[in-house]
Design a protein around this ligand. Sequence first.
Ligand code: GLN
Length: 232
Amino acid sequence: MLRVGIAMLQGARHEHAEALRGASKELGFDVEIVQCRRHEDVDSTLDALVLPGGESTTMRIASQHESLLNGLFDWMDAHPQRPVLGTCAGAILMAEPGDGRAAFLGASIARNAWGRQRESFEAVVSVTLEAPEVDAPKAVEPAPRDRFSHQPLEVSSQAAASVESGFPGVFIRAPRFSNEGLRADAIATLGEEIVGVLDGARLGVTFHPELTLDRRFHRWLLTAATLTKEAE
Ligand code: GLN
């Protein structure tokens, strides 16, 4: 059984939980999803982590009370081989952890660099990440939500559908990686633009794969976590 933590700071957390459940069904893996809310929730029994997208400044502020970000970063320092998927604001936090910590992604990133919210867009992204293929996405029950909890975002059916020719990239007030001084592998591109980097076991993308039914990034995470667990 794999244990995968999701940083429950803010943003698209429940969408990642659904994507992980879908990916685990597609792969036939047994996965426990751990909602990490406090520093102590992030312990060495976790095999992988997801840092969702949302708003990185809000996340840094939300983290102050329970020191969750420090817990996540400490875990990443302690377990460099265990995989982490950071999407959008999550990638910002990995590239710029702050407080004098070394970056977890060897890439410079600029926040909100496509422009304002109205410059958000969808585009087909080329992906060269090795993840097991599946014939069709598996349906999963949406997570139960009460009226106080986060509601899932609406995305267009075009973005939600798995497309064969490329990855359906949903860019929401997205950051941009710099091509200069890159010390990681570019695994996702939009024309000349690098939109996803892999640095060892750390994967950061500037778009939102959890808002689509193409779960290859989540399948990558679960597969990488399994391989690392076997090797440890
Ligand atoms: N603009 C956000 C930030 O700077 C990131 C946007 C996102 O995660 N979709 O944190």
